[in-house]
Ligand binder design. Structure first.
Ligand SMILES: Nc1ncnc2c1ncn2[C@@H]1O[C@H](COP(=O)(O)OP(=O)(O)OP(=O)(O)O)[C@@H](O)[C@H]1O
Ligand SMILES: [Mg+2]
Length: 298
């Protein structure tokens, strides 16, 4: 039977869950802006003094990993639970509005949205959670990660990874795994892609990593106006910092004019090097509609 109180009760619950989700989003956005500003050298004096001189390298990457782990845990342990509770309240709501066709239709739509949000959060927490290098090394770690990603999303993954990558130093393997993880998170969140290919080639002199998707590409304005000016993202700065630490190069090739021409992340590292650089990244537009982000040497 429909009672005003039962509907009010259920919608109060829904609003409480929404408020919780909003709050935790606001906290994470604030944390992210701090990390973003620090990566890009625009952090406040207070933040800079907290991070100290090493704030541009390892410490920042550790901070970003820590932040991602917290976001993943919060999303999984708290936000997911609130969504599940909201879903249970929808069952109560359905009983309360039984017989009212228009209300049932709204319940169906809310249920579908909650289901979609839960699926997205589960895929997202999987992508955010730093994967560990398994005993099998980088090749099998990426393979397992890709299988897990495909099973949680509609993204098809193709892998071409030289077995020689398992002979790289552990730190290098771990950093490459993080770069792959970060790039895949971007494909999942931004590219609207159906396929992604990860290839790693290792020769005696260098290692080349390429992650290409068949998605929508990056907006031209993003390339023209300067990527960092329009995004508070820390994923690309973090990938760049990792490559920088390994003395490597980092480029993104993207086009949003051609249909599904996608984005390619391209990185190379020299083998057996410990060179550390601190190169700024310039944004270059390639041909018509193509964005190229690469480190400048100087
Ligand atoms: N594969 C991709 N396809 C389309 N757009 C992309 C892709 N990768 C990155 N982008 C664009 O570049 C922006 C910056 O990416 P970045 O990883 O630095 O930040 P983010 O993903 O927005 O946030 P964060 O990684 O901090 O959670 C994204 O917001 C998105 O617009
Ligand atoms: Mg990102």
């Amino acid at each position: 039977m429909v009672t005003r109180h039962s509907i009010q009760d259920a919608s109060d619950y829904m609003m409480a869950h929404k408020a919780h989700v909003d709050d935790s989003c606001r906290i994470h956005v604030r944390a992210k802006v701090v990390v973003h500003d620090t990566f890009n050298g625009t952090a406040s004096a207070r933040t800079k003094s907290k991070l100290g001189k090493s704030g541009s390298g390892k410490q920042l990457l550790a901070l970003q990993e820590d932040m991602q782990q917290r976001i993943a845990s919060d999303l999984h342990d708290s936000t997911c639970q609130h969504l599940l509770a909201a879903s249970l309240n929808m069952m109560r709501m359905r009983c309360a509005v039984a017989g009212i066709g228009s209300a049932i239709k709204i319940c169906d739509e809310i249920d579908a949205s909650i289901g979609e949000a839960l699926r997205e959060i589960r895929a997202f927490t999987y992508l955010l959670h730093p994967q560990n290098l398994l005993d099998g090394g980088l090749k099998s770690a990426i393979e397992e990660f890709a299988v897990g990603l495909s099973s949680r999303t509609s993204l098809e993954t193709h892998l071409k990874i030289d077995a020689a990558v398992d002979a790289l130093p552990n730190d290098t393997q771990r950093s490459l795994l993080r770069v792959v993880q970060e790039a895949l998170a971007n494909v999942f969140r931004h590219a609207k892609a159906t396929q992604v290919t990860i290839s790693i080639k290792a020769t005696d002199t260098n290692v080349t990593l390429r992650i290409s998707d068949n998605g929508c590409g990056m907006p031209i304005s993003q390339a023209r106006d300067g990527h960092q000016a329009v995004s508070f993202g820390v994923g690309i700065p973090a990938m760049r910092a990792r490559l920088d630490q390994m003395g490597g190069t980092f480029e993104i090739h993207s086009s949003s004019t051609a249909v599904c021409s996608g984005t390619t992340v391209h990185a190379t590292i020299p083998r057996a090097t410990s060179r550390k650089g601190n190169k700024p990244v310039n944004i270059h537009r390639g041909g018509r509609g193509s964005a190229k982000i690469r480190p400048s040497h100087g």
